[in-house]
Design a protein around this ligand. Structure first.
Ligand code: 2AM
Length: 176
């Protein structure tokens, strides 16, 4: 069996925004809500690739470098609870066209190269809590954060000593 890495393409959150969201989470949810995702792990996945060989990683990185797309603004103004996966997430009420087309392209490239296919349609989200209680309360609408997405990132996901760690492997700029 060739060695593989668990990879995904995602949008990173600016560090100050990660902290702002963590502070907001601490004041808007009780601690009993579930298992909070660490600030450094907050991200928005564009395409989950599953376990990928080094060779396939190179192909996917080359294809990602060929994507020509302009930067776009991302607004986080939505939240929800997925009962099945026990996830509470932050999302966007009106996804920018750029966000959807970037995810489409990356997901199509992954599919053409025999990567894992998520059975769910793309629903842009940032996981805030895992193992959430089924009766967890969501904050009232009215929150909103916006930032400009200038690049996207290839991450490796690892589970080390009981902790999930996402390591950025490569960055791909969007056009101004
Ligand atoms: P999640 O936060 O909704 O669980 C690294 O695990 C990233 O890839 C996370 O954003 C995770 O989404 C996503 N991910 C993990 N497994 C996945 C799957 N089977 N299908 C789609 N996305 C997945």
């Amino acid at each position: 069996m060739p060695e593989t890495k668990r990879l995904f393409f995602a949008i990173a959150l600016p560090t100050p925004l990660q902290q702002e969201i963590i502070d907001w989470r601490a004041t808007h949810f009780p601690e009993t809500t579930g298992r909070p995702v660490a600030a450094a792990n907050l991200h928005l996945t564009l395409a989950f690739l599953g376990d990928v060989t080094a060779e396939k990683q190179q192909v996917l990185m080359q294809l990602a470098r060929r994507i020509h797309q302009r930067s776009f603004s991302l607004t986080l103004d939505d939240a929800g609870l997925w009962m099945r996966s026990q996830v509470i997430w932050l999302g966007t009420r009106s996804p920018a066209r750029g966000l959807l087309s970037l995810a489409d392209m990356l997901r199509a490239q992954a599919a053409r190269n025999g990567c894992y296919q998520s059975p769910q349609p793309f629903h842009p989200h940032i996981t805030l809590w895992r193992n959430s209680a089924s009766d967890a309360r969501l904050p009232a609408p009215g929150f909103s954060w916006s930032f400009t997405v200038n690049n996207f990132v290839l991450y490796e996901s690892q589970f080390i000593r009981g902790r999930t760690r996402y390591t950025p492997l490569a960055e791909f700029p969007l056009e101004h």
